[in-house]
Design a protein around this ligand. Structure first.
Ligand SMILES: Nc1ncnc2c1ncn2[C@@H]1O[C@H](COP(=O)(O)OP(=O)(O)OP(=O)(O)O)[C@@H](O)[C@H]1O
Length: 448
């Protein structure tokens, strides 16, 4: 029988929930304040914690951190008011497993709990064999976050799937979507993580020196070669070589690269000595390489060699539900970089962020937030520190979006009416997650 700890200052609601979950065959304890909750959590083994984010005299996020400090494996579900999606997202960033907005239906809470408990069992099974070898296990990347949208979850699945293999990965996606971050995550989760991750922007290397940049040179081999130099291939030996903007390589360099990959050996410029290299290749492009192959500007044999598996990174628009999560993350990052203590975004800014189309994706979001943090005198980012492009309608897609939005809104309302406003059922009908539905209801300002 799974044990649940409810932390809820509203005694009547807490007791009702306790009673309901007990009927569902859970063993349920309840705390009405943070101190008691920590005590109980310390003294007993709980399989799951269900906590309100707003507690008297205690910050819910701090309590979440305290719980994670005691036992980071226990999944925590946070309960929030409907308007507090951004705090829920913040909580998830700090390690909460899921969130549920009040008021919720009995089916919803049962589903969320069952899902969290299932995940706990699965992750315990995965963790078991690794307990005695902490140092050899791949480290998760710490300088990035995963996102909660379906597109992000799929991306994480792919990363997890391909990381342990030695397959060559081609990462595609618009500029600023996180291709390099993804390549690094694959490296960090691979068995090569103890070796170098070398990132090279092929677009930034002049054609004349590309060979020496990739393979190194020996002193005196050409004018300017004043000392021996190792190239990127050797530097990445044992680890991962990430070639960004691979489509920019000259035809000659493409041949050299293909040869090095096939033979797994290189020669420094000016040397006859062959050097064995053992590396994993990850490449990225924001152009359509198959088109370049069709046009004859990119070698087909190299294309197949680098494309044993391809991963497409979603644009920020395609990961709409991640927007606030990333915004929060970049806010923290900007605060530390600029030594500021800006706490959040005004409602108006959040609404502007949600309406903007983010052509520069995560990089643009990050830059805008950093600039806004710098310009913000107080604790909240207000609309007056945002650049003007955020206020301009996106002319290219305005019409398309209008009709798409109107259609989507109508579909949501129809599904809600059809299910008598049961959000879980409506989400199922629409074939989206409950969270996506909540986000869309809030995005379209549906007054339910
Ligand atoms: N998952 C993530 N978590 C945190 N930050 C991210 C994430 N993905 C991207 N970023 C940030 O967004 C910015 C752009 O990421 P990155 O350089 O990986 O994009 P890219 O697709 O390789 O860009 P380009 O096409 O211009 O080379 C970086 O500053 C990176 O730190």
């Amino acid at each position: 029988m799974s044990k649940i700890l409810i932390i809820e200052d509203d005694a009547a609601f807490g007791q009702m929930l306790q009673k309901f979950l007990t009927k569902k065959e859970y063993k349920v304890a309840i705390s009405y304040n943070a101190e008691d909750a920590k005590q109980k959590f310390n003294d007993d083994n709980f399989d799951l914690v269900l906590t309100d984010l707003r507690l008297p005299n205690y910050d819910g996020i701090k309590l979440l951190a305290d719980i994670k400090d005691i036992n980071f494996k226990t999944p925590v579900i946070v309960m929030t008011g409907y308007a507090e999606v951004s705090s829920a997202v913040h909580a998830m960033k700090k390690g909460a497993f899921d969130y549920i907005s009040k008021p919720f239906t009995p089916e919803e809470i049962v589903m969320v709990i069952a899902n969290a408990l299932k995940h706990k069992v699965e992750s315990n099974i995965q963790n078991e064999p690794q307990t005695n070898k902490p140092d050899n296990s791949p480290k998760p990347s710490t300088s990035s976050i995963s996102g909660v949208s379906e597109a992000s979850k799929k991306l994480q699945e792919y990363i997890k799937l391909v990381a342990p293999t030695d397959m060559s990965i081609l990462i595609t996606g618009e500029s600023g979507t996180g291709k390099e971050v993804t390549a690094k995550a694959i490296h960090d989760q691979s068995k090569r993580h103890g070796h170098n991750f070398i990132a090279v922007d092929c677009g930034a290397i002049p054609k004349e020196i590309a060979t020496s940049e990739f393979f190194g040179h020996i002193k005196g081999s050409f004018t300017g070669a004043i000392e021996d130099k190792i190239g990127h291939f050797e530097a990445a030996n044992g680890g991962t070589l990430f070639l960004d903007e691979i489509g920019n390589l000259s035809y000659e360099n493409q041949i050299q690269l293909l040869r090095a990959l096939q033979e797994r050996k290189i020669k420094r410029v000016g040397s006859t000595k062959e050097i064995a290299v053992d590396l994993r290749l990850i490449t990225a492009t924001n152009e359509d390489l198959s088109e370049a192959v069709a046009n004859g500007t990119f070698r087909e044999d190299l294309y197949h060699r680098i494309n044993e598996f391809s991963i497409e990174i979603p644009s920020l628009q395609e990961r709409f539900e991640d927007l606030l999560l990333f915004a929060d993350y970049f806010l923290d990052k900007a605060n530390s970089a600029l030594d500021k203590a800006v706490k959040g975004f005004s409602d108006e800014v959040i609404s502007i962020f949600r309406k903007y189309h983010w052509p520069g994706n995560l990089r643009e979001l990050q830059n805008i937030i950093k600039r806004a943090v710098l310009l913000t005198p107080g604790t909240l980012i207000e609309a007056n520190v945002l650049p003007k492009e955020l206020f301009e309608p996106n002319k290219n897609i305005a019409d398309a979006n209008f009709s798409k939005d109107a259609y989507e809104k109508e579909q949501i309302l129809r599904a809600l009416k059809e299910t008598n406003f049961n959000k879980s059922k409506a989400a199922k009908l629409l074939q989206i997650t409950r969270k996506t539905l909540y986000n869309k209801i809030s995005f379209y300002n549906l007054d339910l």
